[in-house]
Design a binder for this molecule. Structure first.
Ligand SMILES: *[C@@H]1O[C@H](CO)[C@@H](O)[C@H](O)[C@H]1NC(C)=O
Ligand SMILES: *[C@@H]1O[C@H](CO)[C@@H](O)[C@H](O)[C@H]1NC(C)=O
Ligand SMILES: *[C@@H]1O[C@H](CO)[C@@H](O)[C@H](O)[C@H]1NC(C)=O
Ligand SMILES: *[C@@H]1O[C@H](CO)[C@@H](O)[C@H](O)[C@H]1NC(C)=O
Ligand SMILES: *[C@@H]1O[C@H](CO)[C@@H](O)[C@H](O)[C@H]1NC(C)=O
Ligand SMILES: *[C@@H]1O[C@H](CO)[C@@H](O)[C@H](O)[C@H]1NC(C)=O
Length: 704
């Protein structure tokens, strides 16, 4: 509250006040903040460590891990099965916190990361759903120098070097955005398995790949989550802790839910996968040998030798307690611990690491009770240690290593922040644009009315799994006011908009040359543990928009800030509303990016970016379809319409891939071959004989 009333352009005393407030916040929550990184094998302070095999960097990682594990007692091993790992002082191993997050910039979610006076914020990129809307793999892939994932990993390393972050980041979230109501859909790359696969593997590469190209080592470790068929948080009495995703068909599994994870493991070479809370077809994912050792480690070869050893599987926080206590999947906690670790076979484990304390509490008794043998614990901790070794954690002083020189100066650089603005520009989708509406002329507009509960927001723009305080915010109002004179009214006290200030808003709009309405949602509407029950604009937003549009003389631009799609049919068909933009949660520079589009400094969707990565359904769809129905495909026998652009053929408000540009495009065929040859499959009836044919339906292939 205090922070929101202080403007960044303010006088010195207020800035000092702001810093003071932040100082108090950090004093109370992060007393242990330190300024140097945690690492093992500090041979400078403790020369005796140099003779230990696991500290010897000229030995291969597998052998170092074997050396380390054989030195540990069972109790010492068990402290490395949980996210807040313990120390083994006699071997120079300090405490390590595994849980850091970097969904769209280094985040303060997770106890491994803190912000301090040295690093007060990190670059906060748009929420993933908007970056994905760019459909631009070179924005998130390892091509050239400018891609945002590399900025995230550089800032992460820089923060590790001053003791403010870990090296293991539990991002990205690549679950399919199956249902428009899902509160966490905003964290994902949308509903398309191909786009999600590309986004996931690119994100992982950007986080993990080192500049020296060494595939055995990691810049920071990524984690693809939440495995699998997880996309329900809390809907009409069903919640993620109890939800049994049933029935997930084999076909939906193979062509919808699994492909992003497969790509993450195979193409991205991810260091880690996180299993989810929910059950799939009656089994908790964190205790399912088929899903864990069978698919991830077996079919996808998570531990493949090609890329070095030993990736780890981590539970969601605290999945084991959940399947023991809330799902009653096992009778005793020891059985639950054993079920997770043993969701493998004699050679590989299921779960290696537990976010939470469950394995710390119950593993010893499980071993003593003969439910799991110590060898399995050895395998689990080996996977964890190997990951830390690949990160250089056991290589002594990080300042002597690659990335050791990164520090606070490398966080929130002007270049990084410009990329956050660019990512938002590339993602923003122009959904409607009547002739003469956008772009607005910054010279012709003398008075722009800026209305709406999201018109001057800061934190709303970064969605969830955000950075603590981003480097800097540019709100939509600030972005627009940089080019033209504005008048401003929130119109409602918050996005829930229980009562709109309709008369005041109408006055403002009637006196303006053009009106921008910034509406939509925020984390009070859609978030982790918060699914929506409808897809309409909340409260009286529609009333406010319609009333304002009715009295406006110039263009009326409706800006929807949201993670999920909205039924804005009323606006699509209202001639008074001349343009509609969807801006996702556009990140710290969102307001600047919105202004870039509105004034035509950036032309949306010029090449290929700026298209919806998910279907916008009408309200009638969610009235008809229970969120709990996992089927992707329609079922004509009961009128079930199916999900996503791949299967749903009913009415949409806007469709997957929709997005306009200020340019007019024409398409023509420049050249085409006269004959097309289609090679026959081996199994084709004509393959080895003389006949030359393809199997094709008669209608489409006639006369060709
Ligand atoms: C807009 O928001 C900024 C940042 O919170 C704040 O400093 C400024 O006073 C607000 N402007 C108006 C007109 O309320
Ligand atoms: C590290 O291992 C190499 C290879 O086995 C060995 O030659 C060297 O002596 C070891 N270093 C130390 C300090 O023990
Ligand atoms: C962990 O560190 C603390 C404080 O330095 C020490 O008292 C404790 O004995 C250590 N624990 C182990 C298992 O080494
Ligand atoms: C994709 O993003 C990169 C990095 O910002 C940019 O250079 C490139 O122009 C973008 N591609 C398209 C087609 O806009
Ligand atoms: C689990 O067991 C508890 C206590 O026996 C019971 O209250 C609860 O309903 C059970 N939950 C499920 C999902 O069966
Ligand atoms: C629009 O304005 C006209 C008068 O200009 C009024 O009759 C009508 O009720 C208004 N509609 C809405 C939805 O406010």
């Amino acid at each position: 509250m205090a922070m929101a009333s202080v403007s960044p352009q303010n006088s010195v005393p207020k800035v000092v006040f702001l810093l003071f407030c932040m100082f108090l916040v950090f004093l109370s929550t992060h007393v242990s903040a330190q300024s140097s990184p945690v690492f093992a094998c500090d041979v400078v302070s403790n020369p005796s460590l140099a003779s230990l095999g696991f500290c010897n960097t000229s030995i291969g990682i597998n052998d170092r891990v074997v050396d380390l594990v054989k030195r540990l007692t069972l109790q010492e091993k068990i402290v490395f099965l949980v996210n807040s790992a313990g120390n083994v002082s006699r071997l120079g191993i300090p405490k390590y916190e595994w849980w850091s997050e970097a969904l769209h910039g280094v985040s303060y979610v997770g106890p491994g990361t803190h912000f301090s006076d040295d690093v007060a914020g990190a670059t906060s990129f748009p929420q993933v759903i908007l970056t994905a809307a760019s459909f631009n793999t070179s924005l998130f892939e390892a091509i050239g120098k400018v891609y945002y994932t590399q900025v995230v990993s550089t800032e992460a390393r820089a923060m590790y070097n001053v003791g403010l972050a870990g090296l293991t980041f539990w991002s990205p979230n690549i679950n399919i955005f199956r249902d428009p109501r899902w509160g966490r859909g905003q964290e994902t790359p949308g509903e398309d398995p191909l786009l999600s696969s590309k986004y996931g593997s690119c994100y992982v590469k950007g986080l993990q790949q080192r500049d020296d190209g060494d595939p055995d080592k990691l810049k920071v470790a990524a984690c693809c989550k939440h495995y699998t068929a997880y996309d329900l948080d809390n809907w009409k009495g069903s919640d993620r802790y109890h939800f049994n995703a049933v029935v997930v068909t084999k076909q939906d599994m193979d062509d919808t839910f699994q492909p992003p994870f497969k790509s993450c493991v195979i193409d991205g070479n991810v260091a880690s996968v996180m299993c989810s809370y929910n059950q799939v077809n009656g089994k908790p994912t964190c205790a399912d040998p088929d899903l864990l050792s069978g698919v991830i480690r077996g079919e996808w070869n998570l531990n493949g030798y090609q890329w070095g050893c030993c990736r780890y599987i981590v539970t969601d926080c605290d999945s084991l307690d959940v399947f023991y206590k809330s799902q009653n999947y096992t009778k005793t906690p020891e059985e639950a611990a054993a079920a997770a670790i043993l969701a493998g076979n004699s050679l590989v484990t299921g779960v290696d690491l537990n976010c939470g304390s469950f394995l710390g509490q119950h593993t010893e008794a499980a071993v003593k009770g003969g439910l799991v043998n110590e060898h399995a614990i050895d395998i689990a901790v080996s996977n964890n240690f190997a990951t830390l070794m690949r990160l250089g954690f056991f290589d002594g002083d990080p300042s002597k290593q690659l990335y050791g020189k990164l520090g606070p100066k490398d966080v929130c650089t002007a270049e990084n922040q410009e990329l956050a603005r660019e990512a938002a520009r590339q993602g923003i989708v122009l959904l409607k644009n009547t002739a003469g509406s956008l772009p607005l002329s910054p010279t012709a507009i003398k008075n722009l009315a800026v209305i709406g509960p999201n018109a001057n927001v800061t934190k709303t723009m970064i969605g969830n799994y955000e950075g603590g305080t981003p480097c800097k915010y540019t709100t939509p109002l600030q972005g627009l006011a940089a080019s033209v004179a504005t008048t401003y009214l929130p119109g409602c006290s918050n996005v829930a908009c229980s009562t709109a200030q309709v008369d005041d808003a109408k006055k403002l709009a009637a006196a303006a040359d053009a009106t921008v309405l910034v509406m939509g949602a925020d984390l009070s509407i859609e978030a982790e543990s918060r699914d929506r029950v409808d897809v309409l604009l909340p409260g009286q937003q529609q009333l406010l928009i319609t009333a304002v549009a009715n009295v406006s003389c110039g263009p009326v631009i409706l800006v929807i800030m949201s993670g999920g799609g909205m039924d804005v049919s009323f606006a699509r068909t209202n001639d008074k509303i001349t343009s509609i933009l969807w801006v996702g949660y556009p990140g710290e520079a969102g307001g600047a990016a919105i202004a870039d589009i509105i004034f035509g400094y950036y032309n949306p969707s010029t090449h290929q970016p700026g298209r919806l990565p998910m279907t916008w359904y009408p309200q009638s769809y969610v009235d008809k379809v229970p969120m709990t129905n996992m089927n992707m495909r329609p079922d004509p026998s009961n009128g079930y319409p199916g999900r996503t652009y791949r299967f749903y053929t009913g009415e949409t408000v806007y469709s997957f891939g929709d997005g306009l540009s200020y340019s007019q495009f024409t398409h023509e065929l420049i050249q085409a071959p006269q004959l097309v040859y289609v090679p026959l499959e081996e199994s084709h009836v004509c393959h080895s004989s003389e006949c030359q044919s393809v199997v094709a339906s008669e209608q489409t292939c006639q006369n060709s």
